[in-house]
Design a binder for this molecule. Structure first.
Ligand code: DSN
Length: 418
């Protein structure tokens, strides 16, 4: 790989990228939305396709020289359709946010009412948060999890939908550890006269592998990122019913984007092929087993787990009883080589920069090949840090143990000289 070249001209960037490779190799990445892509995806994403402009769609481009790109994009589209059973797919969104923005642009008028999961209860910025386009240009109403069990209460969502009459309901979350009932969401949407958009970004890999029910038959629109559980390059996809194909394609281009990132689209195609394999299905199963194992260990160690457990790749730990905050925990764990993110828990008394919880996810450590015994070790390491979150000596000791564990599961050290 090129990053091994000591004569790289821009030494400043070269050094920083090398440091990042080392950080990823020697840390336990437990950020639920992150993963490690393999060499093939890295290589395709870093290839000459980055040179080419290809505004438009296969066989309808505005530039010459798009012959091979047409084939690549068509393959990516066909693979995504086959993997998820979708009628129409657009593979051009640069990100999950662009994918969501394009659906808003295709389906709504500025000022229309949308109903999405409150960001403080696990929703995403683009599901109606005030700081995002979704909350600025639309009348955003939120639903929350139930105070009783911290899970979605579909009767409550239904009554908000019938009262507010949104034009679109958004299902999907960034920090919700439970199975989503897409059939129920669609029934509610139909009753309220709304479109249903499912943002499956976090759980797309689980869905591709049949480890979580699919939203595709129920939703008018489905969006996803390609880099989380799906383990592809950073980017987005939109899946929709055929009747919305034209509106979605023109919302992406020329609506909100110009030239597609063809190197990323090629890497998406590679990832989608990988996601059709038995190895990928086993990987997704292991992600869930690992999350459930680590979660139950943390619970045994005395931590309160939001909603009492997890059905998917992530769980939320309430640190209130431990007398610490998400911010302190994130920083102490980072110094110990363990990457998590501070996260609001439902009905959190603290703000988003401090928080009372952390979010823990297993997609990346599972990619490295770690299984239940390693989850037991990681839960113990986390507890030791969180029990003494101000103690430098503890960080240093744990950091060494993290490095030893990571060395048993090499990933980028097989590709790069580190
Ligand atoms: N930033 C992502 C996450 O961490 O969940 C959502 O886009």
């Amino acid at each position: 790989m090129k990053m091994n070249r000591e004569n790289f001209k821009d030494q400043e960037i070269y050094e920083l990228v090398k440091h990042e490779i080392e950080r990823e190799e020697h840390s336990l990445i437990l950020i639920a939305s992150e993963n490690y892509v393999d060499e093939e995806i890295l290589e395709v994403q870093g290839c000459v396709l980055t040179n080419k402009y290809a505004e438009g769609y296969p066989n309808k481009r505005y530039y010459s020289g798009c012959r091979f790109l047409d084939q690549i994009e068509s393959i990516a589209i066909e693979r995504a359709k086959a993997l998820f059973g979708a009628e129409h797919v657009n593979v051009q969104p640069h990100s999950g946010s662009s994918a969501n923005m394009a659906v808003f642009y295709a389906a709504l008028k500025t000022g229309d009412t949308i109903l999405g999961m409150d960001i403080a209860h696990g929703g995403h910025l683009t599901h109606g948060a005030r700081a995002s386009f979704s909350g600025k240009f639309y009348n955003a109403v939120g639903y929350k999890v139930s105070g009783k069990n911290e899970m979605l209460d579909y009767d409550e969502i239904r009554s908000i939908a019938l009262k507010e009459k949104p034009k679109m309901i958004i299902a999907g979350a960034s920090a919700y550890p439970r199975t989503l009932d897409f059939k129920k969401f669609r029934e509610i949407a139909d009753e309220a006269g709304a479109y249903l958009l499912v943002d499956m970004a976090h759980i797309a890999g689980l869905i591709a592998a049949g480890c979580h029910p699919s939203p595709v038959e129920h939703a008018h629109f489905v969006t996803t990122t390609t880099h989380k559980t799906l383990r592809g390059p950073r980017g987005g996809l939109i899946l929709c019913k055929q009747e919305f194909a034209k509106a979605i394609d023109s919302a992406i281009f020329p609506g909100i984007q110009g030239g597609p990132l063809m190197h990323v689209i090629a890497a998406k195609a590679v990832a989608l092929k990988q996601a059709m394999t038995e190895e990928f299905r086993q990987y997704q199963k292991q992600i869930i087993k690992n999350a459930q194992r680590m979660c139950s260990n943390m619970e045994k160690q005395g931590y309160r787990i939001v909603s009492g457990g997890t059905d998917n790749h992530l769980f939320l730990v309430d640190l209130t009883a431990k007398g610490t905050t998400g911010k302190v925990a994130q920083e102490a764990l980072e110094k110990s080589g363990i990457m998590v993110n501070k996260n609001l828990i439902p009905f959190d008394g603290r703000g988003p920069n401090i928080t009372s919880g952390i979010r823990i996810g297993t997609p990346a450590v599972t990619t490295r090949g770690m299984k239940e015994p390693e989850m037991d070790m990681i839960a113990e390491l986390i507890d030791r840090v969180l029990t003494s979150p101000e103690d430098e000596a503890v960080y240093n000791k744990i950091k060494e143990q993290v490095k030893t564990l990571c060395k048993r599961f090499p990933f980028y050290s097989k590709i790069y000289q580190i």
